[in-house]
Design a binder for this molecule. Structure first.
Ligand SMILES: N[C@@H](CCC(=O)N[C@@H](CS)C(=O)NCC(=O)O)C(=O)O
Length: 203
């Protein structure tokens, strides 16, 4: 398996999951510029990471890749305990992070620059931070008394780790959200997380 990633991007979630699975895999770093180059557009026409290559097959879309990894290695328990209910709960939180929380960062990552008016752009950023605070409050409530989003380690957790890091580096107020702070601290101590971060920092 080969993961195409950009350091610190949402592909870090897949990188951590590959570490947790513990089977051989390779990575290829893709810079912001390389993501839009013809060579990479053949891998992912969206010009985005992550992409996963496996036996000559290319899979894109983060949720699909994480689901694939969980289903291909059920012994890891990363897709739940094998019951439909548990699988659905994992997907519930994965979907929340992938399709609600992740896109809410877009104004903070420059998606509203086309507006060309600093005051209006700042307003879209402030609105994004408010919206994200609300999302993280829901996540904090879910994590109360738990180490993992669904109670046991799953593919949703490393994605949460990624967006919590983005929140910290983009001025989203996480004050008082103690369960998220604890979750991030625990993840930072995790051997697989540390290995993935070291690999991405090294390049
Ligand atoms: N819907 C895609 C979005 C992936 C995405 O937004 N990736 C970001 C990095 S976190 C990226 O590569 N953005 C570059 C771009 O979309 O131009 C997925 O879930 O895989």
């Amino acid at each position: 398996m080969k993961l195409y990633y950009t350091p610190g991007a949402c592909s870090l979630a897949d990188h951590i999951v590959l570490e947790w699975i513990g089977k051989p895999y390779r990575t290829q770093r893709v810079s912001r510029e390389q993501r839009k180059a013809p060579e990479y557009l053949k891998i992912n026409p969206a010009g985005a990471v992550p992409a996963l290559e496996h036996d000559g097959w290319v899979l894109t879309q983060n949720a699909a890749i994480l689901d694939f990894l969980a289903d291909a290695f059920p012994e890891t328990g990363l897709g739940g305990d094998g019951t439909p209910k548990s699988r659905a709960e994992v997907n519930e939180w994965l979907s929340f992070v992938n399709s609600d929380v992740h896109p809410a960062f877009k104004p903070l990552f420059g998606a509203t620059a086309y507006l060309g008016d600093e005051a209006v752009i700042d307003k879209t950023k402030a609105d994004a931070r408010t919206k994200l605070r609300g999302f993280f409050e829901r996540i904090d409530a879910q994590l109360a008394g738990k180490d993992w989003l669904t109670g046991s380690r799953s593919i949703a957790d490393p994605y949460l780790f990624v967006v919590a890091r983005w929140a910290k580096s983009n001025g989203v107020d996480l004050s008082g959200l103690d369960s998220i702070e604890r979750f991030v601290r625990n993840m930072e101590q995790d051997a697989g997380v540390r290995k993935a971060l070291e690999d991405e920092n090294r390049g």
